[in-house]
Ligand binder design. Structure first.
Ligand SMILES: Cc1cc2nc3c(=O)[nH]c(=O)nc-3n(C[C@H](O)[C@H](O)[C@H](O)COP(=O)(O)OP(=O)(O)OC[C@H]3O[C@@H](n4cnc5c(N)ncnc54)[C@H](O)[C@@H]3O)c2cc1C
Length: 358
């Protein structure tokens, strides 16, 4: 069978969500191989940063995850052209699975781009989709493709603004999963291959129809929004400082910026602040915004509405600062500071600076 992943890379390395997905896929691949099921792990790359990586860097960085084959298009960044992207992924899947005859599980990061293309891609490759999951694997005792070559995949997905978890089982030949970042841990370097596996690199350019280079108005707007306040990508940030209505005004916003700076953190906001225009909507976290999964989420002056909380439950640790000791955010926080943020934040900044200077 083929396990594949739509991979995102930066100038220097693999993005965090992709590393988590590759590590999980490698685990599944090894499990299948141990049970004599021939399995390959493929990485499909679409972003333009690939031109900054030569083939030996690609092989080394991905070979340690046990990747067998990399699919590349050098037609520039087609991640902002939905139709071209769907066609590219579908072409790679078609070739990898010998026209969809070999069962495959395609795992993608659950993000805005993937939400946009998931439906179209599923139709193109005639696949079943389980979206926005936090856990996936093969059903108990059923990790072998059946005689009809279908896979039994089991996944867990948060539903009803994350108040409940649904256990979903899908049986099909081609299955696509989108996985929330932060659902699996980054691999320990000692767990990866010490000698990178030799990786085959396949360039798709010649077999792809020329993509329509015109970026749609919708996609152009998406790019402008993403290019505003989101200095540190919230999907990638290890620490996020999130501001709520309690910060009130520009002075509060400056306090948040100062705290984020000493922590090298990304800045997020609740809807109370994006609706009032204090923060741009690109940094909204929650049901109508981003779902984030940092190591530390510092919620400042946020009450903890269900809509906000549904976007932060994958955080490894949540610390809340609120002057109301009964605020619901304290029900899910690992640590809480009850106090006026205008007094607490300057003390926190001083203490962090002291620790950093040691
Ligand atoms: C369909 C729908 C979708 C929604 N989607 C989202 C979403 O994606 N994300 C989102 O965030 N919201 C969303 N909302 C809005 C959500 O219901 C809440 O209204 C919003 O999250 C409240 O934001 P808040 O916690 O900043 O403000 P509030 O609820 O007003 O809380 C402010 C908090 O600040 C504290 N505070 C005040 N002053 C200080 C101080 N000086 N020091 C310390 N603490 C202080 C208060 O005690 C209070 O707990 C959605 C609502 C609907 C209906």
């Amino acid at each position: 069978m083929i396990l594949s992943h739509l991979l995102t890379i930066h100038k220097d390395g693999i993005n965090r969500a992709s590393a988590e997905i590759l590590a999980r896929c490698r685990e599944l691949k090894n499990h299948l191989l141990k049970n004599s099921i021939n399995t390959e792990l493929h990485a499909i790359i679409c972003n333009s940063n690939v031109s900054l990586w030569n083939s030996s860097k690609l092989s080394n960085e991905l070979g340690i995850y046990g990747v067998d084959k990399i699919w590349i298009t050098k037609k520039g960044n087609i991640c902002d052209q939905n139709k071209a992207l769907i066609k590219y992924i579908a072409s790679a899947q078609k070739e990898a699975t010998k026209k969809y005859n070999i069962p495959s599980l395609l795992v993608m990061e659950s993000n805005e781009l993937v939400k946009d293309i998931l439906g179209g891609l599923a139709i193109h490759i005639n696949a079943s989709v389980i979206s926005d999951v936090i856990k996936f694997g093969f059903s108990d005792n059923n990790f072998t493709p059946r005689k009809d070559k279908s896979l039994h995949i089991r996944a867990t997905r948060p539903v009803m603004t994350s108040k409940a978890l649904a256990d979903v089982k899908v049986i099909d030949k081609q299955i696509i999963i989108s996985l929330r970042p932060g659902s699996y841990n980054l691999p320990d370097v000692n767990d990866l291959e010490t000698v990178p596996k030799k990786v085959e690199i396949e360039y798709m350019n010649d077999r792809l129809h020329s993509p329509n280079n015109k970026i749609s108005l919708k996609n152009q707007i998406k790019q402008v929004i993403n290019a505003t306040e989101d200095f540190i990508d919230l999907n990638e940030a290890r620490i996020i400082v999130a501001a709520g209505r309690g910060i009130k005004d520009q002075n509060g916003k400056t306090l948040i910026a100062n705290l984020a700076e000493v922590l090298n953190a990304g800045i997020a906001a609740s809807r109370a602040l994006t609706q009032s225009g204090i923060y741009d909507s690109s940094v909204l976290v929650g049901q109508s915004g981003k779902v984030v999964s940092p190591q530390l989420y510092l919620a400042v002056g946020i009450s903890g509405s269900v809509q906000h909380i549904s976007g932060i439950l994958n955080s490894k640790m949540i610390i809340a600062i609120n002057k109301d000791k009964n605020a619901p955010i304290f029900d899910i926080a690992d640590y809480g500071i009850v106090g006026d943020l205008n007094k607490v934040i300057p003390i926190l900044i001083d203490e962090i600076k002291k620790i950093k200077s040691k």
